[in-house]
Design a binder for this molecule. Structure first.
Ligand SMILES: NC(=O)c1ccc[n+]([C@@H]2O[C@H](COP(=O)([O-])OP(=O)(O)OC[C@H]3O[C@@H](n4cnc5c(N)ncnc54)[C@H](OP(=O)(O)O)[C@@H]3O)[C@@H](O)[C@H]2O)c1
Length: 368
């Protein structure tokens, strides 16, 4: 049984895919507003953000869902209904959440908001000082950076994070500093992304297209290598390069399914394990999606970690420790969403995060 107080429509016009593995463009699809399960809240979504996950799901449908699937898993808005076991949130709370990525998200056309379910442990109250737009760009990117760095970066560590101008990368660079790293090295493929990595707090930012990255990282660490590598590039050639840069006793953390599997379409041979073994370095995998592909991993410990990450995302943003850079804000129309997902896919996306205003009345209409 749910506690429902607000007036909720029966249907809304979501944005997603109606056919398996059809890829872009997404389309508007009329779907019923879902009812919360016992540990879920129903959120009236005011703002959201874009992640590569959305175009990848449209192309590969790798959770095996039966369409229609509504996308937009980063959400900020107001709780309009709660499940029977939800104790920490109530109707009317302003929140930020990550919707289950093997479920539906909250993008909707029409400017009156979407509706999405989120687990209580993936939902956090939004501080008054953060806008819905500012909060909505955090969940997936922050969770990815957090799973990659929290518990791995210690006070005084040296860290290498390639791609510090990306959606996850610029948050990860700030997070490494917040966790006490004394040397953060990053990289970028163009002047703008390198500038964002630098503004995010990296001590040194290399040009991964022109520089001899390996030689420079070694020179910066007196030939030792870094204590922690967090490779979020989904690039096999980067994996091979960055695995060679971990110090003995250090750790190489990869975001996603890891070496040999980045496309999800085929498994290829990768020398990364061998390199790490030779260097006496550990391997770790950070993957927000793992909790959905392998639900057994979503135990109480994992739920507490995710809840901690969601709380810290708000706290650190409020205290200016990890602040998302919003490179562009778009309206929640199929054409704007399709255009920016296509840009993201071809590596032409604006820097940092792209925010989506789903409810024009409540989230503001500001454009960054
Ligand atoms: N499984 C998970 O839990 C999870 C969660 C979140 C994201 N992801 C994945 O993580 C990846 C990054 O996500 P995002 O939102 O940050 O995407 P994004 O905003 O498109 O950023 C991609 C970044 O990768 C950098 N890059 C690409 N190749 C590189 C290389 N060889 N060396 C150094 N940097 C390189 C790019 O740098 P330049 O622009 O400077 O070239 C850019 O900064 C995506 O594939 C996404 O699907 C996975």
């Amino acid at each position: 049984m749910s506690n429902i107080e607000a007036k909720i429509p029966e249907y809304f016009n979501g944005v997603g895919y109606a056919k398996e593995m059809a890829g872009l463009p997404l389309q508007a699809i009329r779907v019923p507003v879902p009812k919360p399960g016992i540990d879920e809240v129903l959120i009236h979504v005011f703002a959201s953000s874009l992640n590569p996950l959305e175009y990848k799901l449209a192309e590969l449908n790798f959770f095996g869902r039966t369409p229609p699937v509504i996308l937009g898993f980063d959400i900020a808005g107001v709780v309009v209904a709660t499940g029977a076991h939800v104790t920490g949130l109530k109707v009317g709370d302003e929140v930020t959440a990550m919707a289950d990525c093997n479920g539906n998200g909250g993008w909707a056309v029409g400017g009156e908001g979407g509706y999405a379910l989120a687990r209580e442990y993936l939902t956090v109250k939004k501080p008054f000082s953060l806008s819905f737009r500012g909060a909505a760009v955090l969940p997936i990117g922050f969770l990815a950076a957090f799973l990659g760095l929290y518990g791995h970066v210690k006070e005084g560590d040296s860290v290498y994070i390639p791609g510090g101008g990306g959606g996850v990368g610029h948050l990860a660079v700030q997070m490494a500093r917040t966790l006490g790293a004394s040397l953060v090295i990053s990289s970028g493929g163009n002047a703008e992304s390198r500038a964002l990595a630098l503004a995010s707090g990296a001590h040194v930012v290399l040009d991964y297209r022109e520089d001899d990255v390996g030689a420079k990282v070694m020179a910066l660490t007196d030939g030792r290598g870094v204590d922690v590598v967090f490779d979020l590039t989904y690039s096999e050639s980067s994996f091979v390069q960055t695995a060679e840069l971990v110090a003995r006793g250090g750790i190489w953390v990869v975001l996603g399914v890891g070496p040999g599997r980045t496309t999800r379409r085929a498994v290829t041979e990768s020398p990364v394990n061998e390199i790490l073994e030779r260097r006496g370095a550990a391997y770790a995998n950070a993957n927000v999606l793992r909790f959905y592909t392998d639900p057994a991993t979503l135990d109480d410990k994992a739920k507490s970690l995710l809840q901690l990450a969601m709380k810290l995302s708000m706290e650190w943003a409020e205290n200016s420790l990890v602040v998302p850079h919003i490179g562009k804000t778009i309206g929640s129309t199929t054409s704007e969403i399709n255009e920016e997902l296509q840009n993201m896919k071809s590596g032409k996306a604006p820097l940092g995060k792209i925010a989506v205003i789903v409810d024009l009345r409540s989230a503001g209409t500001e454009r960054a």
